[in-house]
Every structure is written in C-alpha cells, then in structure tokens.
Design a protein around this ligand. Sequence first.
Ligand SMILES: Cc1cc2nc3c(=O)[nH]c(=O)nc-3n(C[C@H](O)[C@H](O)[C@H](O)COP(=O)(O)OP(=O)(O)OC[C@H]3O[C@@H](n4cnc5c(N)ncnc54)[C@H](O)[C@@H]3O)c2cc1C
Length: 164
Amino acid sequence: MFRKMRRVKCELKTETAEKILREGIYGVLALAGDDGYSYAVPLNYALDDGKIYFHSAKTGHKLDAAARNEKVSFCVVTQHEVVAEEFTSYFVSAIAFGRIRIASDTAEKIHALELLADKYSPNVDKNLREKEIARVNAVEIMILEIEHLTGKAARELIRDGKIS
Ligand SMILES: Cc1cc2nc3c(=O)[nH]c(=O)nc-3n(C[C@H](O)[C@H](O)[C@H](O)COP(=O)(O)OP(=O)(O)OC[C@H]3O[C@@H](n4cnc5c(N)ncnc54)[C@H](O)[C@@H]3O)c2cc1C
C-alpha cells in the first residue's frame, strides 16, 4: 500500500528514521483540508511508543480536517545544508504516515502534555509545569498512530558514512 522510495541509495534504516522523529524540533502535518485542498501545518510534537502527540486549540482548520479524514502524514527535517557549488542540499528527513484522532480520554491527554513539557520545557519550574498540565480541559490533543515510517538523506551523507 505504501510506496517504495525511488532513490534506494538515499533510504535510511527504520531505526534512523525513528531517531529523526525523536530528535526533531517540529514538523509539518499534512491533512486533507477544506474543499479538496491539502492543509500542511507546522506543529511541535512529542513521540512516544509509535505515536505522535500534538497540542491544539479547541477549534480550527486542522481539527476540522483531522475529524473529517484520519489519514495524514507528518514530515520532520533535522538537517539541511545548501551546497551551492553542487546545486544540491545535504538534508536528513523522515515522513510518518498514519491515522490521527482527537484524544477524548483525560489520562491520555495528560500523558501527552507531560511528554510535550518534557520535550519543550524540561527545566521549567515544577509548579508552572503542573499549572500548564492542569489546563488539560482547555486544549485538544491529537494523536497520530504511525503505520509507515521512512527516512531519507542526501546520498552524499550516506556515501560519506555520516548517516545510514
Ligand atoms: C514551528 C511551529 C510550531 C508550532 N507548534 C504548534 C503546536 O504545537 N500547536 C499548535 O496548536 N500550533 C502550533 N503552531 C501554530 C500552527 O502552525 C497553527 O498556526 C495553529 O495550530 C493553528 O492551526 P489551525 O488550523 O487551528 O488554524 P486556523 O486559524 O483555523 O487556520 C485557518 C487558516 O490560517 C492559516 N494558518 C494557520 N496556521 C498557519 C501558519 N502556521 N502559517 C501560515 N498560515 C497559517 C491557514 O491559511 C489556515 O487555513 C506552530 C507553528 C510553527 C511555525
């Protein structure tokens, strides 16, 4: 069902693709948006046990899109260096495909907020962190269950043994 990469020499091992997702700072979530237009929206995220967690306001385009069509993809880029003289760039990226849902279980939402706080606010005062997590009912959490994950890098990085 999911496509093979055309440039096999650029394909990374699955564990490397997982590492890219673990280390990425943000990614772009691609959803089926309004009126047949795709909607690609940049988001922070946290990864845990094959799931990607996103924090969201209670309403908006991405929530409507996720509710309408659960099939999405999420792209993360962790490296990109333009190499002008070679007319290329040395990049490292991963794309996850899967189904997204809006969490309804409070425990699951709290787990997501904890993961996001661990990732983005690791050294913030404990009381502030607890206050933020206590806002659980004021936010939505979207959960993407990964079905297919690929990693790709510029072939020069693979050739030079910088990534595999
Ligand atoms: C690096 C990064 C990380 C982010 N992390 C988060 C996050 O973790 N959680 C979160 O909720 N939001 C995050 N945002 C903001 C996010 O991109 C959206 O703006 C926000 O989630 C609102 O989305 P929506 O579909 O509900 O917006 P709506 O206001 O409903 O969208 C309506 C229209 O506004 C436009 N629009 C919305 N967002 C953007 C955008 N980012 N850039 C340009 N046009 C836009 C589009 O045309 C869209 O169709 C992040 C943004 C960046 C750049």
